[in-house]
Design a protein. Sequence first.
Length: 224
Amino acid sequence: MKKHILEVDGIQKKYNERVILSDVYLKCETSQIIGLLGRNGSGKSTLLKIIFGLIQAPNKCIRIDSVSKNNDNNVFNEISYLSQEQFIPNHFSVKKAVSLSIGKQKISFFNNDPFIVPILGKQISQLSSGELRYLEIKIVLSNPSKFVLLDEPYNGLSPLMVDVVNEMIEANSEKKGIVITDHNYRNVIKVSTQLVLIKEGKTHYIRNNTELVEKGYLVDLELL
């Protein structure tokens, strides 16, 4: 299977003269799960939104397989994005959300899921936060894109759902590159094949967990 590479370079972003990101470099290959760590307000979500094109940044350089995507409106075909915010309208039924998002030949397989079966007859507005989040994650991961950006995927999920979502992430990483960030850093560390810490606006590639203590992200490894 051909390996695809997403590279993000030179990203800078500031709000009201406060520098959020400065000269950020990030590389993600298919089969990789990049865990993006950082304190609240460090710019993790901002970085994902810049990559996806929701936020503009001067002098950004985004490449997929060495081809520049800086001014490409078709990046949505190659990158999928799970926002922190709900993206499926409340007035939709679950079946409509699935039918609009999943190819006809894959719908039956998609719906044959212990967490999806009980909600197939419901409206989106009737779902619990965990049920809705699970549905959104599964839809985003089912997209044929080469890369997936997941922002706070574990929010509202039960421990059992978290385990299943991690299994889905790992299974999809066989053919996709995945970047994930979440306040539940333990799950991010657990599922990731490479950790990247954003500190003082810059990205730091983490070689082992002790560096998370050395760089001040964790007080003690026992917190893992």
